[in-house]
Design a protein around this ligand. Structure first.
Ligand SMILES: CCCCCCCC/C=C\CCCCCCCC(=O)SCCNC(=O)CCNC(=O)[C@H](O)C(C)(C)COP(=O)(O)OP(=O)(O)OC[C@H]1O[C@@H](n2cnc3c(N)ncnc32)[C@H](O)[C@@H]1OP(=O)(O)O
Length: 257
């Protein structure tokens, strides 16, 4: 019985990862996505599910909300505009992709299957578990597939305080882990962080908007090496630089196999 349950969980997990892998492939196109996703204009596109059995439409946390500062909105608009280019009067997909973001990623990515419920009903993505807009991690990640890089626009809320008036080093590390990990996942499939190395160069004021730039350094077998720089929104000031090592895993690793 227990073994059967484990097989079910593994199967569901594989389904979820299929979508993640598809997103990492160059051949990925809109035909692979649910119809409801394709009908929406790029600016508001989200992985919405038509046959959603558990709740209404999942919230895409990477879309603008009322807590976003004009600076955050400006940067979002800038990168979002790069997601679509106009060629000979026709709108085409650009090099950049805005990544949708959910607080139960695998559950929503699998089209409503109850993977998260089987694992842990109360589990939520760490960076998306503060419901009050603007209080915690406000961020959106834009992926540049041809360049194997990504940029995250991050506005740090008041609940992330470390030194008075400034962002906690653990919150900065969380964002770096999340963004480098996201890039590694899109490039190499399911991975886990093996090593993160961080240099904190200058404090980040609470409420400010910073850019988290990540790029692929190299892939060696199962190892994906990513570099990262956290800068002010005008890129003039370096706040943190980091490197991350991610190991491709067999998802059975997460189930003790
Ligand atoms: C998976 C699902 C992804 C879903 C993504 C959805 C899309 C995006 C959505 C939402 C964004 C959210 C994004 C969040 C991202 C956050 C990621 C995390 O925070 S992960 C949690 C923290 N990390 C751990 O808990 C790992 C704990 N460690 C382990 O499990 C193992 O140690 C592991 C898997 C890392 C490696 O174990 P082994 O048994 O597979 O491999 P061995 O044999 O030990 O090492 C292989 C090679 O790697 C080197 N290596 C291993 N660890 C190393 C290290 N720390 N430093 C340097 N080298 C290391 C070894 O020396 C070896 O190298 P030689 O092949 O001999 O050349």
């Amino acid at each position: 019985m227990l073994r059967q349950g484990l097989y079910v969980v593994r199967g569901l997990y594989r389904d979820g990862l299929k979508l993640i892998r598809l997103a990492g492939q160059q051949s990925f196109n809109r035909a692979h996505l649910p119809a409801s996703y394709c009908h929406q204009p790029i600016g508001v596109r989200a992985l919405t599910m038509s046959s959603w059995p558990f709740s209404s439409k999942p919230r895409d946390y990477s879309l603008p909300n009322e807590s976003w500062s004009p600076e955050m909105q400006k940067l979002y608009d800038h990168y979002n505009a790069l997601c679509e280019v106009e060629e000979e009067g026709e709108k085409k997909r650009g090099a950049w992709w805005r990544l949708p973001s959910y607080n139960r990623t695998l559950k929503y990515a699998t089209g409503g299957r109850c993977l998260s419920k089987l694992l842990q009903a109360k589990a939520r993505l760490f960076t998306r578990n503060i419901e009050e807009p603007g209080a915690g991690f406000e961020y959106v990640v834009f992926l540049n597939k041809p360049e194997k890089s990504c940029v995250c626009v991050f506005q740090a809320g008041h609940l992330l305080e470390g030194p008075p008036g400034h962002v906690h080093g653990g919150a900065i590390a969380t964002m770096i882990d999340s963004v480098t990990g996201t890039l590694a996942t899109y490039l190499s499939g399911p991975v886990m962080t093996a090593n993160l190395n961080m240099n904190y160069r200058s404090p980040i004021p609470l409420g400010s908007v910073v850019l988290v730039h990540c790029a692929l350094e190299k892939v060696e077998g199962r190892k994906t090496f990513i570099s990262c720089r956290v800068t002010s929104s005008d890129r003039a000031k370096l706040h943190t630089d980091a490197t991350g090592l991610f190991l491709t895993i067999n998802v059975g690793h997460l189930f003790g196999a």
